[in-house]
Design a protein around this ligand. Structure first.
Ligand code: PXG
Length: 288
């Protein structure tokens, strides 16, 4: 049996999983999404992902046609339908089909799409040796433009950052906010360690509030580590003892070089390794 995709109440074969060319999700990137993971049949932090999805939708005045509980069921049922235990889940709500204009009133029925697939893991080397990243010239969207907290279908800003990184031969990019402070990476949040403290850009730095970021902050607090959410400069990243990225796909990935500056001693540091281990433990033990 091939992969089945959920679209508006039906399960269709991957090859038949299609939406209208008049969907404003395609025409304008008008919609919201979540990237979620299931570990051993359990969905990690499903409530958190669903809450963020509805907040994103609310911010763009997109009325989701089902409630939270039904949406959670859509995710778990799609997983079950595909017999997946360890999976990557892409949940989307698009504005739906409308006319060739921006008017949202022309789009009476938003679409819900749930895609589940086996997870493409990052190379093991990234975790063992750590990543090299660069700061790119593309700025993360500011609080006064689109909302960086909204996980919208318009990811061009991150895509442009990613292109710059790939062109430079590195897998991720640090993106600054319009004020020049560190915001996050193209699909991951960033943390640094300095003098035993864990530091990460705050929400007002213009970030997506990552589910993994929140989990890592919780884990660190439980370990008695002081966590600071605040403005972070590039200088602080260059001179940090440790640096790592967090995201649903990446989990916790060490960073060992930023803009040609070696971070710490150039190998994944002790706090990074501790939190990476704790995070692995959490995803495998926590109920959904
Ligand atoms: N910042 C941005 C801009 C993101 O898009 C994160 C941070 C991390 O958030 P979570 O909730 O995942 O800890 C994201 C999430 C992918 C991929 O395929 C990207 C994300 C999520 C899942 C997959 O690159 N981005």
């Amino acid at each position: 049996m091939g992969l089945k995709v959920y679209i508006d109440g039906e399960y269709v074969d991957k090859a038949d999983a299609k939406i209208s060319v008049f969907d404003h999700g395609l025409l304008y990137g008008d919609g919201v999404f979540e990237g979620i993971r299931a570990y051993n049949g359990r969905v990690f932090r499903l409530d958190g992902h669903i809450a963020r999805l509805y907040d994103s939708a609310k911010a763009i005045m997109l009325k989701v046609p089902v409630g939270h509980d039904r949406m959670k069921k859509i995710v778990t049922e799609t997983l079950a339908h595909n017999g997946l235990q360890d999976a990557y889940i892409r949940l989307l709500v698009t504005r739906g089909a409308g006319t060739l204009g921006l008017d949202i009133d022309a789009c009476p029925s938003p679409s819900i799409i749930c895609i589940t697939d086996s997870i493409a893991l990052y190379p093991a080397e990234y975790y063992l040796k750590g990543l090299e990243v660069i700061t790119v010239s593309t700025r993360r969207i500011g609080l006064g433009t689109l909302f960086p907290q909204v996980k919208s279908l318009n990811y061009l800003n991150s895509i442009l950052g990613k292109i710059e990184a790939m062109n430079a031969g590195v897998p991720e990019a640090i993106m600054l906010n319009p004020s020049g402070a560190v915001a996050e990476c193209t699909g991951d949040n960033i943390f640094i360690v300095k003098g035993g403290r864990l530091i990460t850009p705050d929400v007002n730095s213009g970030i997506l509030e990552g589910i993994t970021r929140a989990a890592v902050i919780e884990l660190a607090s439980k370990e008695g580590i002081t966590v600071e959410e605040r403005t972070v400069s590039r200088y602080e990243v260059f001179t940090a003892d440790e640096c790592f990225l967090t995201g649903t796909a990446a989990e916790v990935i060490p960073v060992v070089k930023v803009d040609c500056r070696v971070i710490g001693d150039g190998a994944p540091g002790p706090m990074t390794k501790l939190l990476l281990g704790k995070f692995h433990e959490l995803v495998r033990t926590e109920g959904s």
